[in-house]
Design a protein around this ligand. Structure first.
Ligand code: UN1
Length: 514
């Protein structure tokens, strides 16, 4: 039986108090009006209520924010990178100090369980540390010149204003990935968070403004604009926004990419995933089951890295399904702020409707569904579901779609080639994994004819990447890379410099001219 803590759901009044306490501790001077006032509704999927109304920005406010960030860029770009790093170091300290306050807000607005909300803030702290190190590591290459007395090299310069558009499911970490790196690179930032998570955004903005004040940096280096589509469009279309870094749906990316390209801006897209794990006959099944359950049911299936497909060898498929189903049945579902609960709510009614629709389509295709019901919590607006395990006879149309809910399709395979084919047969290409103790299978999975995803893991799940690696994926995932490794290059422009220190003027390619 699924354990459900329905009787312990906090009330809207309770949630409002938690928000006020957290914002006050953070020092955010937020104008919180009652629900139904003009402005942006700030709600919680925990109870399904609107808690407050917060100020909404207009297109004119966005215009002003872009202008301010563009003006601040003129000085910021020549501020030495390690000095810029000091700002990010201070932000990291403030995040450490307010880790639990910010995590409280993440739980209230995004419905993440406390441990995952704390993990998300830790991800912010980690990227700040990475960016501070990077502020002394922005390097260019020196390349052998074909001409005597010449030096050929590359230098990297900031691009300008970075427009950051983020999604509800990582309401703070993805802002931090972009902002920490952009700021050390010498760019300035204008952030449009999800309309579903305005409170966490207010908190982050308060912290970055305090960090700016503490180190003497201008607050215009990082601005926040809250609102809907109109604001996002302004960032996408304004030629002063040199780079648009957008996280969200494939549908959103399909609009953003071409519009930014039409004005020759740069876009960094991190869109949908449809992540699979291949489980081979040699897999350590205990480990695989634990990894699968975290990746598929964690965050109530609402990560872009969530495991959505298991491709199991026929010899172990029954056993694997039995074990995953048993683990699912014992998952505590309920108030994400209650210690012990592992699955919180879906973000809203539409997410639930999408889940129901996908499960209906799967059944129509011959899928056998275990779980996937809504729990009655006595409140129409909150959507708690048990994660669904769906045994599919084939990878039909519905499996090719990303449904942002805890649905795990199980497919089977006979030989590794066809498993890899199934892994790659979907339009998205974010994350993937193989569970095997056979080194040949592991290497094959990561080779050029293996997984086509941006992330290909061995013996760990598809979600929960560390910040040190580059994060992003191929195909409809959009091709962008954020976070670690050399992702910083997306936030900078490259100049190739050839310096002639000889007294001659030899031309390249042996050309003679006069
Ligand atoms: C996302 O869901 O948009 O790898 C980001 C992970 C996290 C980031 C997910 N570190 O699951």
């Amino acid at each position: 039986m699924t354990v459900m803590h329905t009787n312990t759901l906090p009330t809207a009044t309770d949630l409002r108090d938690r928000v006020r306490v957290a914002l006050q501790a953070i020092g955010a001077d937020a104008r919180l009006e009652a629900p139904n006032q003009p402005g942006l509704p700030a709600g919680s999927p925990i109870s399904g209520n609107v808690l407050f109304t917060v100020p909404e920005h207009t297109a004119a406010d966005t215009e002003e924010a872009i202008a301010a960030a563009a003006a601040a860029f003129l000085d910021w770009r020549t501020t030495p990178a390690p000095v810029r790093g000091a700002l990010v170091a201070r932000l990291g300290e403030l995040l450490t100090e307010h880790k639990s306050d910010l995590a409280t807000l993440v739980t209230v607005e995004a419905g993440k369980i406390t441990s995952e909300a704390l993990g998300e803030v830790q991800e912010m702290i980690d990227i700040c540390q990475f960016a501070v190190g990077l502020s002394r590591q922005l390097y260019g290459k020196t390349i052998a010149s074909e001409r005597p007395g010449h030096r050929l090299m590359e230098t990297w310069h900031p691009v300008g204003v970075v427009g950051v558009i983020t999604a509800f499911n990582f309401p703070v970490a993805v802002w931090a990935w972009n902002t920490a790196i952009a700021l050390v690179c010498g760019d300035t930032v204008v952030w449009k968070p999800s309309e579903l998570t305005p409170l966490t955004a207010i908190a982050c903005q308060a912290l970055i403004e305090r960090a700016c004040a503490d180190v003497g940096a201008p607050p215009e280096v990082s601005r926040l604009v809250q609102g809907g589509r109109e604001i996002g469009e302004k960032l996408v279309d304004d030629p002063r926004v040199a780079l648009v870094s957008a996280t969200g749906s494939v549908r959103m990316g399909r609009e953003v990419g071409p519009r930014v390209a039409a004005r020759f801006g740069k876009a960094l897209l991190e869109l949908g995933g449809n992540n699979a794990a291949i489980v081979t006959p040699s897999a350590d099944l205990d480990l695989a089951v634990r990894a699968i359950v975290f990746s598929a049911a964690g965050t109530a299936g609402q990560r872009c890295t969530t495991l959505r497909r298991v491709i199991a060898h026929t010899s172990i498929a029954e056993e694997l399904c039995r074990r995953v189903a048993a683990a699912y049945a014992s998952l505590p579902i309920g108030d994400p702020s209650t210690e012990g609960n592992l699955v919180g709510p879906l973000i809203h009614a539409r997410a639930y409707r999408d889940m129901v629709g996908a499960l209906e389509a799967a059944r129509a295709d011959g899928g056998e569904v275990i779980g996937g019901h809504r729990h009655d919590v006595g409140d129409e607006g909150a959507y708690y579901v048990s994660p669904a395990l769906v045994r599919m006879p084939a990878q039909t149309e519905v499996v090719h779609h990303e449904t942002f809910a805890p649905i795990l399709y199980v497919l089977t395979y006979e030989d590794l080639d066809s498993a890899i084919e199934l892994n790659n047969a979907v339009p998205q290409g974010l994350s993937s994994a193989i569970f095997t103790t056979d080194i040949r299978e592991a290497e094959r999975f990561m080779a050029a004819d293996g997984s086509d995803c941006g992330i290909a893991n061995v013996n760990i799940g598809t979600s929960g990447a560390e910040i040190g690696g580059a994060f992003g994926g191929e195909k409809q995932t959009g091709g962008g890379r954020e976070s670690g490794s050399d992702s910083w290059k997306a936030y900078m422009r490259r100049a190739t410099n050839t310096v002639n220190y000889s007294g001659e003027l030899p031309l390249a390619q042996g050309v003679r001219f006069g």
